[in-house]
Ligand binder design. Structure first.
Ligand SMILES: [Zn+2]
Length: 228
């Protein structure tokens, strides 16, 4: 609690442990940065996230730089990004992710980046889509368009946090429609935390019904083994 307040008042405190940061250090101190649970998926063409996604959607590639873990600085960062009005954390996550993945050939084949959308009402309440800066950074690095209006979320879906795998799928399966039709062939879908992949699959299915031929997915973190 005190750490949360300190972090709001003094942005130059570490989001992980609350200690003050040297001026050049962003968001996390060296100690907390080293605690981030890396996936090392970048060297693995058939990483566990891709295998999980392929059970439901024919993705070309799937990647997340970190595992999502409770009581770890990754949890505090992603909570601040989503609920504490800190969209800039998305830039930081994108830079971390890009540093690990910039040579990955499959992601270089993508010809546009599409964020998982929030319902317009929820985006208005929050003031931003937490995946937008993350996706925008990637689009810039890849030199491709960022299509923030391509997908529309037509239902205000309930929070999926406490739902089972089955309930999540039921909640999101028809939640997305194509807002603008395009001829992009390989889209990179970006999200914050990937858990069951239900939301990405619902988005991917909506895109594949149109002209899109291939989908790759990219998350900031993979919450493996949280749900049965
Ligand atoms: Zn720290």
């Amino acid at each position: 609690m005190l750490q949360d307040l300190l972090a709001v008042w003094f942005p130059h405190f570490c989001w992980g442990c609350g200690l003050s940061l040297p001026k050049k250090q962003q968001l996390l101190c060296v100690y907390c940065q080293a605690q981030l649970p890396k996936t090392y998926f970048e060297g693995d063409k058939n990483n566990p996230l891709k295998l999980m996604m392929r059970q439901q959607l024919a993705v070309e590639s799937a990647y997340a730089p970190f595992y999502f873990a409770q009581n770890n600085p990754i949890q505090k960062l992603l909570h601040a990004l989503k609920y504490q009005g800190k969209p800039k954390i998305g830039d930081w996550m994108a830079k971390q992710c890009y540093a690990l993945l910039s040579q990955h050939h499959l992601l270089k084949q993508c010809d546009a980046v599409v964020p998982v959308p929030l319902h317009p009402k929820r985006e208005k309440q929050r003031g931003y889509n937490q995946s937008a800066r993350f996706g925008h950074y990637w689009a810039k690095q890849l030199g491709v368009p960022f299509l923030s209006n391509m997908l529309l979320r037509k239902n205000v879906t309930k929070t999926l946090v406490r739902m089972s795998r089955k309930e999540r799928w039921k909640e999101v399966k028809n939640a997305f429609v194509i807002e603008t039709n395009t001829n992009y062939k390989h889209l990179l879908l970006v999200d914050d935390v990937i858990t069951t992949g239900a939301t990405l699959t619902a988005c991917g299915n909506a895109l594949l019904e149109q002209a899109t031929q291939k989908i790759s997915v990219l998350g900031m973190a993979y919450a493996q083994n949280i749900l049965q």
